[in-house]
Ligand binder design. Structure first.
Ligand code: ATP
Length: 594
């Protein structure tokens, strides 16, 4: 798959421009601008890392200056107190910051949003205080002076240092781009857009949040260490809270969650204020106005606005050949007939029994429907099966394995996929990427494979992408592949959810009101899709209010009322059940169905 217009080419173009500026800036305009550009590149390394955690993974961090300080002081202290060279202290500084990032990331397991922002601010403040108070190690307010970077005993010139930083910055952008374009990057975006749905796609939410924090901290540490050697002197007042706010503003204005965002934001906010010096006393006003206009007028930042204005920039080209049969065959030779068993399950919300002593057996390869009036407890059952809710009593057994205390992502990886009653697509990534998120559990490659684009990683990515195209075609959305998922109609989003759930190659597919919002033709297509899925040996547990649709495609039906089982049987048996007619179907409905 190729992009017609390649975002990476734009990034390379901007960076090419930067190199050119660097060439001209050194000899033509003197050391001041060379240092300014070097500092911009250092900030770019840091904001690219911040973009991973805040832009892609959606976790607010206002402690980045603290992590930057850890890298800077680790580099400085190792050089001054232990006589280590730049080349040895750089990786140690990155590891030190990475460990701090892990510690800062732990609260994300419990808090998010404003609370997380406060926790990260707290970290930055603690670092600032330590830098001032721990005088024997940090030099206190007087700071530390650091020797120049050297190779073979020879110190590098200012120009050489600039190009060293440029090369490191380019490598960082290249590796981060590889990670972001991999299932890891998609997992970050999925968590940002919808944590519950991401968990149900087999994504280990806590693990990926921590990974995002550690990656961004490692890059902050790298930037900090480079800063120490660029400026030859560090003191606590550089690493204050304002700097953390500045970093966050940079990616908000540039455009969070895009590779180009930090580049645009960092260039704009680091270099522009300096050029505005000509406007003397109006400089800060112009700077402030720019920020207000960008934040209010461009909610997705500058790069986000560009992408929305010119969607062709992110358009992916449809492959010439799309596989016709994307659904994995799940028939097996196992004689066990029961795929899913609920044994006396009860779920209470306060004093309300949403489900009471519910027992249910879903046979392998069947389409089993749950019907019942609103509030009967149908969605609660699906949420219990997928681990979103924990039952108060009873057991859920899938494929012979008890699921009661298993996390949603592990249940998903065990072979259960689902759609949601109120659609839960990942709105800010493309339709194609949404389906690729479904393929998350199929990868065997790791962070190393994706960072360095190993053969294994590339091969798995190609397979997932091809299957995603095939699933898109099956649900008739292949012409919408490049669009953001939240731009689809709700009916299309339901189809997208089904395709995404199938990308997980499940044994059991839970469909929660898939026909809601679809017209008659779309419901007909949906019935065909369900038939196809069933023919592949995938078991389906269906919740639906379109009774004739349910009667047509089900092998078994369970009727719920007030959290209890009212009746169970084949469609014929249910249609003739007097209690069901009175509680749910109503006489007219039955006449219509018959
Ligand atoms: N998270 C929750 N907190 C409190 N009450 C809940 C929660 N989820 C469901 N309920 C309640 O549990 C009962 C069953 O809800 P559930 O959504 O399972 O019903 P349903 O059969 O799926 O209904 P519908 O067809 O309207 O979706 C309802 O009374 C509902 O208000």
């Amino acid at each position: 798959m190729k992009r017609k217009y390649n975002k990476e080419q734009i990034i390379v173009f901007i960076l090419g421009l930067l190199v050119l500026i660097g060439f001209l800036a050194g000899p033509a305009t003197g050391d001041y601008y060379l240092r300014l550009f070097a500092l911009t590149l250092i900030y770019l390394i840091l904001t690219t890392g911040l973009n991973i955690v805040a832009g892609y993974a959606g976790q607010v961090s206002l402690g980045q200056a603290g992590l930057y300080a850890v890298g800077a002081y680790a580099g400085g202290i190792l050089a001054v107190k232990f006589g280590m060279s730049f080349w040895v202290s750089l990786p140690i500084a990155m590891v030190a910051a990475g460990i701090c990032g892990f510690i800062v990331g732990i609260p994300t397991l419990r808090v998010s949003g404003h609370y997380l922002a406060l926790v990260t601010i707290g970290f930055g403040v603690i670092v600032e205080i330590l830098l001032v108070q721990w005088i024997p190690l940090t030099g206190g307010p007087a700071g530390i002076s650091v020797p120049l970077i050297g190779i073979g005993g020879q110190p590098l010139s200012e120009n050489q240092v600039y190009y060293l930083i440029l090369v490191i910055c380019l490598l960082v952008l290249f590796f981060v781009k590889n990670i972001i374009k991999s299932p890891i990057g998609r997992a970050f975006s999925a968590i940002r857009d919808n944590e519950i749905a991401a968990g149900c796609m087999g994504i280990n939410i806590m693990g990926y949040k921590l990974m995002a924090f550690v990656l961004s901290a490692v890059l902050a540490g790298l930037a900090g260490c480079l800063y120490t050697y660029l400026s030859s002197y560090i003191s606590p007042d550089t690493f204050n809270f304002n700097l953390s706010v500045f970093f966050l503003l940079t990616i908000i204005i540039g455009g969070q969650g895009t590779m180009a965002g930090p580049i645009i934001g960092t260039l704009l906010l680091t270099i522009l204020p300096d050029y505005l010096q000509a406007l003397e006393q109006y400089r800060l006003i112009v700077y402030g106005l720019l920020m207000i206009v960008a934040v209010i007028g461009l909610p997705y930042g500058i790069s986000g606005a560009i992408i929305r204005k010119f969607p062709k920039l992110i358009e992916v080209e449809k492959p010439e050949k799309i596989e016709a049969d994307p659904i994995e065959d799940r028939h097996d030779n196992n004689d066990e007939d029961k795929l899913l068993v609920l044994d006396n399950v009860t779920k209470r919300f306060g004093g309300l029994n949403a489900i009471k002593d519910m027992s249910l057996t879903v046979k392998k390869g069947s389409v089993h429907s749950l019907i019942g009036p609103n509030g009967a407890g149908k969605s609660t059952m699906i949420n219990i099966i997928t681990g979103v809710y924990k039952p108060n009593e009873g057991r859920v057994v899938f494929n012979g394995r008890e699921l009661n205390n298993i996390k949603p992502y592990k249940i998903a990886l065990a072979g259960i996929s689902r759609t949601f009653q109120s659609v839960q697509v990942f709105g800010k990534i493309s339709v194609l990427e949404n389906i690729m998120v479904g393929g998350h559990g199929q990868y065997r490659s790791n962070l190393f494979d994706f960072t360095f684009k190993s053969r294994r990683g590339r091969k798995e990515e190609t397979i997932t992408r091809e299957r995603a195209w095939a699933l898109l075609k099956m649900v008739g959305l292949e012409d919408r592949a490049s669009e953001f998922a939240d731009s689809l109609s709700s009916g299309q989003q339901r189809l997208l959810e089904i395709a995404r759930a199938l990308a997980m190659e499940p044994d059991l597919l839970l469909l929660d009101e898939p026909a809601a919002g679809l017209n008659e033709i779309e419901i007909g297509n949906l019935a065909q899709i369900i038939e196809k899925i069933k023919a592949k040996g995938i078991t389906i547990l269906l919740i639906e209010h379109h009774i004739d649709f349910v009667m047509d495609i089900s092998d078994a039906i369970t009727v719920l009322n007030f959290g209890k089982k009212l009746a169970e049987g084949t469609p014929m048996e249910i249609q003739g059940n007097q209690e069901v007619i009175e509680a749910y179907l109503g006489k007219n409905e039955v006449v219509e169905v018959c």
